[in-house]
Write a protein that binds this ligand. Structure first.
Ligand code: NAP
Length: 396
């Protein structure tokens, strides 16, 4: 099939809830609603969009698809529904076997994947430190509702394969739980489907866009380059999000090019029908501001109090309290669909909104020294990926 006739395919991890679900809804609405400024970059009157929801079970995907169909009832222009396909793939990003099976399914289903939203994530939450919460709220309420330091997390939590034991020599190397789900599972999956992420070099094709979902909570103080998995960290979630910043922004720096090239090389050129001259994907990063989701499992009354706090922050002028996940999906979807990708790559963007002023996408400062860490980080990620691959292949 001519590559111009191929559908536009988007893969969204963690698409059954919160931000991932909102990204699916917003992407569909914006894809089929072209504006005069060329946004979205790819929309055409006849183009088809396939949105593939990656979830941990078929039931979760089916329930999300039913919800999206209901949401779209009054939101799509006439004729658009017949050009939309909602598909799903089952994946547990902490499980090597699950990633390999999902990658094989995706390679079989799609010749080209145009957008991947690396959205799924976990917070290894244990409890709230109420004394610390009271102190931070009394000192700076908006900061306490934006970057909460009172979220106590599990230290040294590992993925299930290692918690359940097994012969170390046979298993892929152990992984920190947050690192595996938030970063490495995605990183490994992307390499396994790399042939679908390469675009033909001929115009008007543009590189596939990998939109990593970062966080406003990333903080260089939570990250140690000698512990990239964050297994010694008391803030493994924030460590994983800081790592995401460095991984994505470092992919543009000369220091990391050797590793980025090794990573984006197609693993099985002999089996692939792709032309030899292809363009690798690009990495982009966006965060949703602060949205109301269940990523931190707390009782209903705390969720209620948290949402009141979010609204107070919005009322006091915080631009980051988007609250509604659909508003939080603004920046990730904008990164995927913007016609101005050369202007927006290499920076971190966030969804924002102000009371009465509607939605915005704002560039977000990254405090990490990306240049200093990118080569070492990319080198460690590639070493770990290759070790995983060797171990997994030896198990077949
Ligand atoms: N909420 C916020 O204010 C906020 C702020 C900044 C950044 N973010 C980022 O936004 C993204 C989405 O978070 P959210 O707030 O929407 O939370 P959420 O509603 O809990 O969504 C997380 C999703 O990730 C999936 N997931 C978790 N572990 C997985 C694994 N091992 N394999 C496959 N899927 C897995 C979950 O699936 P299950 O349903 O099966 O558990 C769920 O669908 C995350 O990257 C988060 O860091 C959120």
């Amino acid at each position: 099939m001519d590559s111009h006739c191929l559908p536009t395919v988007a893969l969204i991890t963690g698409a059954n809830s919160g931000l991932g679900y909102a990204i699916a809804c917003r992407l569909i609405v914006e894809f089929f609603t072209p504006r005069t400024d060329g946004y979205p970059a790819v929309a055409s009157d006849s183009g088809t969009l396939v949105v593939c929801l990656a979830t941990r079970s078929v039931e979760k995907a089916q329930s999300a698809i039913a919800g999206i169909n209901t949401f779209l009832t009054s939101r799509l222009p006439e004729g658009a529904r017949s050009r939309l396909e909602l598909a799903h793939v089952t994946i547990d990003l902490s499980s090597p076997k699950s990633i390999i099976a999902a990658a094989a399914e995706l390679r079989n289903k799609y010749r080209r994947i145009h957008y991947v939203f690396c959205n799924a994530a976990v917070v290894p939450f244990v409890r709230i430190d109420w004394a610390m919460a009271a102190r931070q709220m009394a000192t700076n309420f908006i900061e306490a509702m934006t970057v909460p330091r009172y979220k106590i997390q599990g230290v040294g939590w590992l993925t299930e394969i290692h918690s359940h034991g097994g012969h170390a020599a046979e298993l892929p190397p152990e992984l920190g739980a947050a690192f595996a789900a938030n970063i490495f599972g995605h990183y490994y999956l992307l390499h396994e489907i790399m042939e679908t992420l390469h675009a033909p070099a001929a115009a008007p094709e543009t590189p596939s866009r990998i939109v990593w979902v970062g966080s406003i909570e990333s903080d260089p103080l939570t990250f140690d380059i000698d512990d990239i998995q964050g297994t010694k960290s008391t803030q493994p979630y924030e460590s994983s999000k800081t790592l995401t910043d460095i991984l994505v922004l470092g992919s543009y720096l000369p220091e990391a090019q050797e590793y980025f090239r090794s990573y984006t090389t197609i693993p099985r050129p002999s089996e692939s029908a792709l032309p030899t001259d292809t363009i690798p994907p690009i990495f982009l990063i966006a965060h949703p501001g602060i949205v109301s989701t269940t990523i931190v499992a707390i009782p209903w009354w705390q969720t209620y109090a948290k949402n009141v706090g979010f609204w107070l922050c919005r009322a006091f002028g915080s631009p980051w309290h988007c609250i509604d996940p659909f508003v939080g999906a603004n920046a990730p979807v904008w990164l995927a669909l913007s016609p101005h990708v050369d202007l927006i790559k290499g920076k971190k963007w966030g969804s924002a909104c102000l009371w009465g002023n509607g939605e915005m996408v704002l560039e977000t400062q990254v405090d990490s020294d990306v240049a200093a860490h990118s080569a070492q980080l990319w080198s460690q990620m590639e070493t770990l990926r290759k070790l995983w691959k060797t171990r997994l292949e030896s198990q077949r």
